[in-house]
Design a binder for this molecule. Structure first.
Ligand code: ZN
Length: 124
């Protein structure tokens, strides 16, 4: 029962955020938070451009979303798989363990670090 409530609340929050990100363009609106790392250092963090990418995705513009933050776009299937694995964790614990294998987590972290480095070198 408690788990169902958490899922319902999470879906409600995601839907609300979806409406906000669909209705307001983060590159035009002052409502959205600015990146603290970028403000302090002048360098992009791995997540820079994610809000604009989400806005573009919600409007069906995959190319623009990729341009704003390719890592976010690449990560969406992975995030979906992780959420699915979490949802079926009790029924399929081996599947959950494989999705959350330390090697995969380290590879994802390495991908984030490489993305972070390359986007600042090549101004992606
Ligand atoms: Zn950032």
């Amino acid at each position: 029962m408690r788990r169902s409530l958490v899922i319902v609340l999470a879906v409600a929050v995601l839907m609300l955020l979806g409406i906000i990100y669909y209705a307001l363009d983060p590159s035009q609106s002052g409502v959205f938070p600015r990146c603290t790392f970028l403000s302090f250092t002048g360098y992009k963090c791995p997540g820079c451009g994610s809000q604009r990418a989400i806005h573009a995705l919600l409007h069906g513009d995959v190319a623009a979303a990729f341009k704003f933050n390719a890592l976010l776009l690449i990560s969406i299937p992975w995030i979906g798989l992780c959420l699915f694995a979490e949802g079926v964790r009790l029924r399929y614990p081996r599947f959950y363990d494989r999705v959350n294998a330390p090697l995969l987590i380290w590879l994802y972290l390495a991908m984030v670090l490489v993305w972070w480095l390359l986007r600042n070198i090549f101004n992606w």
